[in-house]
Design a protein around this ligand. Structure first.
Ligand SMILES: NC(=O)C1=CN([C@@H]2O[C@H](COP(=O)(O)OP(=O)(O)OC[C@H]3O[C@@H](n4cnc5c(N)ncnc54)[C@H](O)[C@@H]3O)[C@@H](O)[C@H]2O)[C@@H](O)CC1
Ligand SMILES: Nc1ncnc2c1ncn2[C@@H]1O[C@H](COP(=O)(O)OP(=O)(O)O)[C@@H](O)[C@H]1O
Ligand SMILES: [K+]
Length: 537
């Protein structure tokens, strides 16, 4: 797994490196050289334009320019001020050095001149704004960003694409869209989430010093990006000596007359994710509707209120059923009512491996008056509990219902409040979004995100079914629940990619993701076993 550090903690690595004799100036030289090395790896590069800002990110750019000049590349720096007028000492020194080495420059050029230069540029190096950037890019950077994005040149961003927050992954309207980002020392969360996914292109981490790895670990990574090899051994090895029950049995509890389809999607997804026996428990009037849809999945009708949701009597029956299954998923389409809150509450207090999704989470929010983190006794259990909220559901659980977490880091913080309420490793929160974090008390694991085609109604129900099936099939201890959940997310995401190939990136429906789940898991397992053989990107 690759560590991810909050931007403020990167400074701790920087000062640790200074203590072992690697100065900031030396780091800047190594950073600029690392960026230049990536430029040199680009095919057929002869002319490069480096856009430099006024801080240390700009300093990296000047170093890169000088390094490229020495390798006979035709390089021009575009800068708001001449080297002598740069305020920061480090950046001024390297800028003057590049100037003395014969690097060409354009100081505060008009827009038309920048556009003209870009016409003959093969590679742009974006060294305008790095981790010191806040707010919206001001002139002239806003204009230069526009020119770069319109240029068609290959763009290599230094540390972070200008305009993107390396911490939050949020960007204003002006943000460099790079083909590659050479990020210094360590991954930062904003590169992996939200707009970061569109802006960074391929991410290359330049460690810059041999002590970096140790110092990064000491700086307490906020998350870990999973690699495929991390998933080895998470699921039980295949065996022919199984029957439908030993392959893992899943109970899906949910549905209402208003939303009968959601639990069916989840149950189908569980069946397509390798659970040998999947059962649905739904309110009585919903049962005949579903039974006709899916002959493989037995449907049980449980006591219902007149509005077609579970009644109070359903709770004990559900708990008894759950005790006989390897894992239970509760929530899809069940609505929030006295009866459904009772069902969720009963399941939580039963020692059964449990996944709570969708309205199951909203019931939990109701039960705890939007302060789940104030109810440690509720969450204290031995068997696994996996919550799969999207950001609005997550917000409702921790009192942020008006303003849900807006970034991956904010979502991880909210998820941490929940898992720390209990403090045990049996709870994992899968904080879903365009990038997802699987958070436990020990770690936050970031699966490789799937395509935007996953953002379609019912897709979350499908994920719930996959997570429940993997929980039923797994042989891991509670400590590995974040990795197990991350694998479920990757299979879901990969199934989304297969479905997008089949139906077009705008044409995917939740059912298409379900149909691709089995193939997605096979493909991923092949990748895990033979990592070099195929390229998943
Ligand atoms: N942390 C480290 O160990 C290393 C950092 N290095 C570089 O240093 C960078 C951070 O340097 P700095 O802290 O100087 O920050 P930056 O260079 O990212 O940005 C600071 C500059 O941008 C300006 N700025 C901020 N917001 C702006 C806005 N909205 N519009 C226009 N201008 C704006 C500031 O006035 C300042 O001049 C990193 O991104 C990386 O590229 C590297 O030199 C090597 C190692
Ligand atoms: N832009 C995106 N890129 C990748 N995955 C996404 C994106 N948007 C949503 N997803 C994924 O799709 C699923 C949507 O779940 P959810 O919001 O619960 O949907 P629903 O409630 O409609 O079932 C989650 O797994 C989420 O991580
Ligand atoms: K940059």
């Amino acid at each position: 797994m690759q560590p991810v550090l909050n931007v403020e903690d990167v400074k701790r690595v920087e000062s640790g490196l200074t203590e072992v004799g690697v100065s900031i100036s030396e780091l800047m030289h190594r950073a600029g050289t690392a960026a230049a090395n990536e430029v040199m790896r680009t095919d057929d590069v002869s002319s490069v334009t480096v856009f430099c800002g006024l801080g240390n990110n700009g300093g990296d750019g000047w170093v890169a320019a000088e390094s490229l000049r020495k390798r006979d590349i035709d390089v021009t720096v575009v800068t708001p001020v001449a080297p002598d007028d740069i305020q920061g000492d480090l950046a001024r020194v390297v800028a003057k050095s590049a100037q003395s080495a014969g690097v060409k420059m354009l100081v505060a050029p008009p827009k038309g001149r920048v556009e003209e230069l870009l016409l003959s540029t093969d590679v742009v190096v974006d060294a305008m704004l790095g981790t010191g950037f806040h707010g919206d890019p001001r002139a002239p950077f806003d204009i230069w960003i526009e020119c770069i994005n319109a240029s068609g040149a290959t763009v290599i961003a230094v540390d972070v694409p200008s305009g993107l927050s390396a911490q939050t992954g949020l960007a204003s309207s002006r943000c460099v869209i790079a083909d590659m980002t050479v990020t210094m020392l360590v991954l930062k969360p904003g590169l992996l989430a939200d707009m970061g996914r569109d802006a960074c292109g391929t991410i290359v981490v330049a460690p810059l010093a041999e002590q970096t790895e140790r110092l990064v670990l000491e700086a307490d990574p906020v998350a870990w990006r999973a690699d495929l090899e991390d998933y080895v051994d998470v699921l039980a090895p295949p065996s022919n000596a199984v029957d439908k029950f030993t392959r893992g049995s899943v109970l899906v509890v949910g549905g209402s007359l208003r939303f009968p389809g959601a639990p069916l999607l989840a149950a189908q997804a569980a069946a397509r994710s390798g659970a040998g026996y999947v059962t649905l428990a739904v309110p009585e009037p919903v049962a005949p509707i579903l039974q006709s849809q899916m002959p493989e999945i037995p449907v049980m009708g449980l006591p219902s209120d007149p509005d077609g949701t579970f009644s109070a009597e359903a709770a004990d029956i559900v708990a008894e059923l759950a005790l006989k299954r390897t894992a239970t998923l509760v929530g899809p389409g069940m609505r929030v009512s006295g009866g459904t809150v009772g069902v969720v509450s009963k399941l939580i207090s039963s020692e059964v491996p449990l996944v709570i999704d969708a309205d199951g989470l909203n019931c939990l929010a109701r039960l705890t008056s939007n302060k789940l983190d104030d109810f440690p006794e509720l969450l204290r259990r031995n068997e696994p509990l996996i919550l799969t909220p999207h950001r609005r559901e997550l917000g409702r659980l921790v009192g942020q219902q008006e303003v849900p977490p807006a970034s991956l880091t904010a979502a991880m913080e909210a998820a941490r409040r929940i898992v720390w309420t209990d403090g045990g490793s049996e709870i994992t929160v899968v904080a879903k979004g365009s990038a997802t974090a699987c958070v436990s008390v020990d770690a936050a694991v970031l699966p490789k995100p799937g395509p935007a085609a996953l953002a379609t109604a019912g897709s979350g129900d499908v994920l719930g079914g996959v997570v429940a099936a993997f929980l039923a099939r797994s042989n891991v201890g509670n400590d590995d629940l974040p990795v197990l959940s991350a694998l479920a997310c990757e299979v879901h995401g990969y199934a989304g990619s297969i479905a997008a190939e089949r139906f077009g990136s705008h044409g995917v429906m939740a059912r298409d993701i379900i149909d691709a789940l089995g193939l997605a898991e096979d493909a991923l397992e092949e990748q895990i076993a033979f990592p070099e053989s195929t390229d998943m990107d």
